[in-house]
Write a protein that binds this ligand. Structure first.
Ligand SMILES: [Zn+2]
Length: 313
């Protein structure tokens, strides 16, 4: 299959997760086979972080989770203190996760909590002052809102989630926001709104994490999707959302291959190489390739990530 890839260079995976030390070797071994030579690692274990720094220098750009429990209760001081320390600790960016179901995991979230509340302004100000990009996950696929988030009084509608992010970007236009999952808007009907974000906020970039979400949605109108990728070629980073310790060669390979088929080929109706839980009862997910030009692929797989995060040290 690798003979058919248009792009032959190294790949920077701008969205991975790392856990305990004993899960790292296998991840790296598999990644090596698929041409991944650098990556953002969202850290889930202090020991894993130390082991990764020690064993794999020049491989990782590390992202530190900010305390969701503190943010959820508008406790900004410990979060600001954390941001001030983050770079010295060896991280290059911060991470927060506001997939709507975050409210299932944190106790006593104040009613009507909003990420655009002015109470959180000091956090965004600290990110700006410390020149620390924020990988910020908001909303989720349209399919999740249909299947899992019917309780809009708790989770909000997708639009309500997106508007809060938009307000944050408007008020903090100097912070570098790395918004994963295509800004949660790879659905074709959402591309115009995502385009308006990219036009209005020059400091934001998006990544392509979640191979099945990207493949499922962008395949639905290859002409519009291709046009978007080419127009915003400088702002999109390849990413997978793969986690160390989760899955094997086949698990990883399915995710890489799905995206490479999508970005690089002109194949039509290729079945997603693994199951898509969101469509398994409604016909499955099929990939239609966007056949992107090589100059766009170079930016997507490598150059854009290096421009923001530099070569890992
Ligand atoms: Zn992720």
């Amino acid at each position: 299959m690798t003979d058919m890839w248009k792009y032959k260079g190294p790949i920077f995976d701008a969205h991975t997760h790392i856990g305990e030390p004993d899960t790292l070797d296998k991840m790296i071994q598999i990644e090596d086979k698929f041409g991944i030579t650098a990556q953002i690692a969202i850290v889930h274990s202090k020991d894993g972080f130390l082991a990764a720094q020690d064993k794999y220098p020049e491989r990782f750009v590390f992202a530190k989770y900010l305390s969701l429990a503190d943010i959820a209760h508008y406790k900004v001081e410990p979060v600001v203190d954390d941001i001030v320390r983050t770079k010295d600790e060896g991280y290059s960016l911060a991470k927060t996760w506001f997939g709507p179901r975050w409210k299932d995991y944190i106790e006593d979230v104040p009613n009507g909590f909003r990420i655009d509340s002015p109470k959180l302004d000091p956090i965004f100000q600290a990110l700006e002052d410390n020149d620390l990009p924020l990988l910020i996950h908001v909303a989720d696929p349209d399919t999740y809102f249909e299947l899992h988030y019917q309780d809009t009084s708790k989770y909000g509608t997708k639009e309500e989630n997106l508007v809060q992010m938009e307000n944050v970007m408007e008020r903090h236009s100097s912070v570098v926001f790395h918004i994963p999952h295509f800004g949660a808007q790879p659905e074709i009907h959402r591309l115009p709104n995502l385009a308006s974000w990219l036009d209005r906020f020059p400091n934001i970039v998006i990544d392509t994490a979640s191979s099945r979400w990207m493949a499922r949605e962008l395949s639905k109108d290859t002409e519009k999707a291709r046009e978007f990728l080419i127009k915003y070629a400088d702002r999109i980073l390849f990413g997978t959302d793969l986690s160390s310790g989760r899955g094997d060669h086949e698990y990883y390979g399915g995710r890489y291959n799905a995206q490479r088929i999508l970005w690089e080929t002109n194949l039509l109706d290729e079945p997603l190489p693994f199951e898509d839980a969101d469509t398994k009862d409604s016909g499955g997910t099929f990939i239609n390739g966007l056949d992107l030009p090589l100059r766009v692929l170079r930016k997507l797989y490598w150059e854009n990530a290096i421009k923001i995060y530099g070569t890992p040290e």
